[in-house]
Design a protein around this ligand. Sequence first.
Ligand code: AMP
Ligand code: ZN
Length: 114
Amino acid sequence: MAADCIFCKIVNKEVDAEIVYEDRDIVAFKDISPVAPVHLLVVPRRHIPALMDLKQDDAALIGQMHLVANDLARTFELDQRGYRVVINCGKDAGQAVFHLHLHLLGGRALQIMG
Ligand code: AMP
Ligand code: ZN
């Protein structure tokens, strides 16, 4: 756990969030400022600052985060219309919270990225 990390605090239930899924390694919750009708964040329990910090041993974890996103897409009925999975990495991508997270976005037609 990183002392000043908001997502570590959510994972540890020190800060409230609308948690929609959790298992041994992963927690998912609603984004506090949604940019789409469904906007969920899927995070590892372990504090990993960014995508670029992943090691070979984390291959299963990052894969599992995507499988959780797929399950949540089905739960939130996005699977027929489609959805987007985004990971911002670093400053130019606009990463604001430095605890690895995957955005799951859907529920309307999304704009082209970039
Ligand atoms: P990023 O720009 O990829 O780092 O995205 C960080 C996301 O975390 C943003 O979409 C924020 O709205 C979201 N966020 C920040 N604080 C919280 C919080 N306390 N609970 C839920 N989502 C949050
Ligand atoms: Zn953290």
